[in-house]
Ligand binder design. Structure first.
Ligand code: NMX
Ligand code: MLT
Length: 438
């Protein structure tokens, strides 16, 4: 079977050629116009970034190299004994644009398991953090510290050729992905289950099989399967989302993958982005506490209005690009539908009931351009049902996942020789002058 590196070596020249053609033949073609609303509106809608692995359609949702989520669920190999997509097969697809065979997936799982141990000083660094330090802060700091062993940085210091950038970026990316489970699990254990023994990494298990084991949930097959799906699905959401974009921006300075992804994690840690899954659970539990059991649709409606009237956003609803229910939300809901224990779960029932009411309330409220749920509306609630109840940890799991797409793009950015990202900014005075003179 062809290895990941050989597959990449085969697919890179065609992409390089495609970019060369775009540069030489079409560099002056117009893709859209820049309006004042784009500049003052967080660059919404501006087509200004190259991102290879996935494209987000406002109505259909995400496609990974053209494959929708249901397509991926049909063709991407699961873990042995499992049914759900696993991050390894998603990573292979994101990196190469090809669907891996079960053998190729297993080979990648093994490589990741073999490289999964943490350097001693990183373990000590994590152990030295106060338990009260938010798990996302711990994750970002520990990922940055891994750059101690960056292959890219060492090769750059030695004076490598540009054509070698991508291979070192790939090595760092694989090492980082391999170490994320041990790193993220150590944070969980230290904060929430101190004093327990860490199991060793099992070289015969897939990445999430090991992650679940290290977290202490290895016996819970349903949770492990859910984590596989969750981590595969959150892997990439085109380039403009705040975490992916941060990794790309920082990477464009030739910072190594560890530093680039560490920066991305701190963008993911914001409540309008990845932290929303923690916020959703907090909000749903507060609703449950206030309203008790057997909550009616009418009560949820009132609760939603109370949230909105107090000036807060409804967490898990709305999106910068999507204008329909997020297909990742749908896929996670479908997972719940297949499991009797989730079908009868009070927290999942509350998520479902909220979904039945919230879009109409948000439409009536009239502010958000998208009154539908995003992936965060349910992702944390399933973890909660399965006993992983520490919701400040939820965004860490998102952070383990988003590495798939952000690191893929770093490899492609180096393979394609993409330049330093440096958009032109304008002051309000200059904008007004430009408007007057136009
Ligand atoms: N509840 C109440 N108001 C909302 C919501 C919501 N869920 N979503 C958007 N709005 C408001 C928004 O605050 C803005 O108000 P204002 O004009 O006063 O500033 C107005 O509607 C227009 O916003 P949009 O253009 O629809 O949304 P935008 O692209 O600016 O923001 C989000 C997208 C995702 C930041 C926004 O919908 C939101 O805050 N949602 C809740 C938080 C959340 O679920 N984030 C997770 C996103 C997914 N992820 O994992 O990253
Ligand atoms: C994501 O997965 O990054 C979120 O849905 C936010 C986005 O795409 O803007």
């Amino acid at each position: 079977t062809k290895s990941l590196r050989d597959t990449l070596k085969e697919v890179i020249p065609a992409k390089q050629e495609q970019l060369k053609k775009l540069k030489t033949e079409h560099s002056q073609a117009v893709l859209g116009e820049v309006k004042v609303e784009n500049v003052i509106g967080g660059m919404r809608g501006l087509k200004a970034m190259l991102w290879e692995a996935s494209v987000l359609d406002p109505i259909e949702g995400i496609r990974f190299h053209g494959l929708s989520i249901p397509d991926c669920q049909k063709v991407l190999p699961p873990a042995p004994g499992g049914k759900e997509i696993i991050p390894e097969s998603m990573l292979w697809l994101l990196l190469t644009g090809q669907v891996p065979t079960p053998e190729q997936t297993a080979e990648l799982s093994r490589e990741l398991a073999e490289k999964g141990e943490l350097p001693k000083f990183v373990e000590e660094l994590i152990d030295s953090f106060p338990k009260s330090l938010h798990p996302m802060t711990q994750l970002g700091m520990a990922v940055a510290a891994l750059n101690h062993d960056s292959s890219f940085q060492a090769a750059y210091e030695r004076g490598m050729k540009k054509s070698e950038y991508w291979t070192h970026t790939l090595e760092d990316s694989i090492n980082l992905l391999a170490r994320l489970p041990a790193l993220a699990a150590r944070i969980y254990r230290n904060v929430y289950k101190p004093g327990q023994e860490f199991p060793a990494i099992n070289k015969d298990l897939d990445l999430v099989g090991n992650y679940s084991n290290l977290l202490g949930y290895g016996d819970n097959h349903s949770l492990t399967e859910y984590l596989r799906l969750y981590i595969a699905l959150h892997g990439d959401h085109e380039g403009g989302n705040a975490s992916a974009h941060t990794a790309h921006l920082v990477g464009s300075t030739l910072s190594d993958p560890y530093l680039s992804y560490s920066a991305a994690l701190f963008a993911l840690a914001g409540p309008l982005h990845g932290l929303a899954n923690q916020e959703v659970l907090r909000w749903q539990l507060a609703m449950q506490k206030e309203l008790g059991d057997n909550i009616t649709h009418e009560q949820i409606k009132e609760y939603l209005w109370k949230t909105l009237k107090s000036g807060q956003v409804v967490p898990g609803y709305g999106h910068g690009v999507l204008r329909n229910p997020d297909p990742r939300f749908i896929a996670l809901q479908e997972f719940c539908e297949t499991r009797p224990e989730l079908k009868s779960s009070p927290i999942i029932d509350l998520v479902n009931k909220t979904f039945q009411v919230a879009p109409d309330v948000l439409k009536e409220h009239g502010k958000t351009k998208n009154p539908y749920p995003n992936v965060d509306a349910t992702s944390g609630c399933v973890l909660y049902h399965y006993g992983l109840t520490e919701f400040k940890y939820y965004t860490v799991i998102f952070g383990v996942s988003r590495a798939l797409g952000a690191l893929t793009q770093l490899v492609w950015a180096r393979a394609l020789g993409l330049p330093l990202e440096r958009p032109k900014s304008l002051s309000m005075d200059v904008i007004e002058k430009l408007i007057k003179s136009s």
